[in-house]
Design a binder for this molecule. Structure first.
Ligand SMILES: [Fe+2]
Length: 315
């Protein structure tokens, strides 16, 4: 027979209270440490990721693409600027910039300073919503419950969009804003189809250039480029004949579970595809986790900011 005295019960309750207090204190300390890590370490833990896409005709030399996205530049981001400068040492054949370049109305000089060495390489670009509209204050965890949407009344073009695009153009980069383009770079003929940001409904697909794909003497590849990888966008690129697709926007989920597992993609792309390489009807889709965040949501967890070297190789 088991019995307990009142004092024994009292001691157990006291012990339970101590355990609960210690557990709560541990949770608070762990939460604070995680927040500090996410805010002050992960945010500037810049990485370079490498991917290979075997999409070129047999016998074609490798072609190196530097994919950058979601810089969200604000004045004074020295560490990010120095990292972007360092990317020039990768000597890409081409730079693809998939937008969301600014997060501050005065961020353009800092952006152009950061990109300065990369303008020495051929480049193409599409804008994201954060190339048009300055960010507003909001709960940084709001996006965890669904795609962010700006009310029509807040869609005021407060960022220097045209000035930025003119500056890109003057440095030789080519816009793919609802247009197709053909560029011959280092012996490879690249057919691009680009759209303005699908996240805000600005996308109008141009298809690819109506060239004689099979009769061109140079090796050819067709690439689709967009900021936000909505499924309608990916499906349309695939239908138009894209052989690979490049996008950003998702921030890789930004606040992820250990191991980098994303909870959200900020669009209708499944969160498991929010970063890295996946396939849409057999066509490789490359999504960047981006280099920055909104100035009002400066936190990353298990999702470091990244630039990606995508090497196109022969099939
Ligand atoms: Fe972004």
């Amino acid at each position: 027979m088991i019995s307990s005295s009142p004092s024994a019960v009292a001691v157990s309750a006291e012990q339970l209270g101590k355990v609960a207090g210690a557990t709560l204190a541990t949770a608070v300390v762990a939460g604070a440490a995680t927040a500090v890590y996410a805010r002050y370490y992960e945010l500037t833990n810049f990485t370079v990721r490498h991917e290979a896409l075997p999409v070129l005709p047999a016998g074609t030399p490798d072609f190196r693409i530097l994919h950058i996205s979601d810089m969200h530049m604000i004045p004074g981001q020295r560490t990010k600027r120095d990292f972007i400068h360092s990317l020039a040492a990768l000597e890409p054949n081409l730079v693809i910039n998939t937008g969301d370049n600014l997060s501050h109305m005065s961020g353009l000089p800092a952006l152009m300073d950061a990109l300065d060495p990369l303008f020495d390489f051929p480049g193409v670009y599409v804008p994201g919503s954060n190339c048009y509209f300055a960010p507003g204050k909001k709960n940084p965890f709001r996006y965890l419950v669904g795609p962010s949407k700006k009310p029509e009344s807040e869609k005021v073009a407060t960022l220097p969009t045209q000035e930025m695009h003119d500056a890109f153009d003057n440095r030789g980069w080519v816009d793919l804003i609802n247009r197709y383009e053909t560029l011959s770079i280092d012996g490879l003929r690249l057919e691009f189809s680009g759209v303005d940001d699908p996240h805000i409904g600005y996308d109008k697909h141009p298809g690819f250039a109506p060239t004689a794909f099979d009769t061109e003497p140079a090796p050819l590849v067709r690439l689709g480029v967009a900021h936000a990888p909505y499924l309608r966008t990916l499906n349309r690129f695939v239908a138009d004949g894209a052989q690979a697709i490049f996008a950003g926007h998702t921030h890789g989920g930004q606040v992820c579970l250990p191991g980098g597992r994303a909870l959200v993609s900020n669009c209708d792309l499944p969160p498991a595809r929010a970063k890295g390489l996946s396939y849409q009807d057999g066509v490789p889709v490359h999504v960047s986790a981006g280099l920055g965040t909104s100035r009002y949501a400066q936190v990353r967890l298990f999702c470091p900011p990244e630039a990606i070297v995508v090497t196109l190789t022969s099939r």
